[in-house]
Design a protein around this ligand. Structure first.
Ligand code: FNR
Length: 225
């Protein structure tokens, strides 16, 4: 696991934790070494970042569904702090960092891969997500977004091509490693969500399951060596 420095952030009660750790989950566990997959002795952590701040966000629902369908060997953290990240200011990019930024960077360090799902606003990435990414680019610690495996699910029924073009541009600037085989375009509308708030269509669920499987196979394979 890259970047396993102890977190300054002791508890992260707003985070949702699932996967193989779910049975044992509590916030303090994030300050302990990764738990192990029963099946293959491999642990993989995904950080799931949505670009919408809406309560009923379909992009958040997509990420919750990825979380629900991820293999047992994967632990997911659904990040919900996008709205708490302050506007990027290079003058503030030093220790002590703003607490929300320190928390975010720590989560990135502890993740093996990041999955994004974002809407398009005004022909580009939502400003809040771009702002979050700007804070990640300045991180020179081990486990930063530099060469971090990343993928996205584009759930927009209207294509959101410009948002994903700008997401790709920013991720390239950050030198993140886009795992193309794990990126998915699949339109999801609010009507496609079940009462549990997850994507209900079996075909779409299969595709989202495949995203998690592919990403864990490609992003976490080094841990199998
Ligand atoms: C949008 N939406 C939008 N859609 C799109 O395809 N291209 C665009 O440029 C925009 N711009 C835009 C601006 C504003 C102000 C709003 C409110 C909406 C639509 C938006 O991307 C769509 O509703 C998403 O499905 C919202 O995602 P969540 O919040 O459901 O995850």
């Amino acid at each position: 696991m890259p970047g396993t420095t102890e977190s300054e952030v002791v508890s992260q009660p707003r985070l949702r934790v699932s996967g193989v750790c779910d049975r044992l989950a509590d916030a303090a566990r994030w300050n302990k070494p990764p738990c192990k997959s029963v099946a293959n002795n491999m642990t993989c952590r995904f950080l799931l970042i949505g670009g919408s701040l809406r309560n009923d966000s379909t992009n958040a629902a997509v990420l919750r569904t990825v979380e629900a369908l991820a293999p047992d060997s994967v632990t997911c953290v659904l990040y919900d702090g996008v709205g708490r990240i302050p506007p990027f200011n290079p003058d503030d990019d030093h220790d002590p960092l703003p607490s929300a930024v320190a928390e975010l960077r720590d989560l990135v360090h502890r993740s093996d891969a990041i999955v994004f799902s974002t809407p398009e606003y005004a022909g580009a990435l939502p400003g809040s997500l771009k702002n979050l990414l700007e804070w990640l680019i300045g991180d020179d610690k081990q486990g930063s977004i530099y060469e971090k495996p990343v993928a996205w699910v584009n759930a927009s029924p209207r294509g959101a091509a410009l948002a994903h073009e700008s997401l790709r541009t920013v991720l390239a600037y950050a030198k993140a490693k886009v795992i193309e085989a794990a990126c998915l375009d699949v339109p999801v509308t609010a009507a496609a969500l079940g009462e549990d708030g997850l994507v209900s269509d079996p075909g779409t669920r299969d595709q989202l399951r495949q995203v998690a499987q592919t990403l864990s196979a490609l992003a976490c394979s080094s841990q199998m060596a």
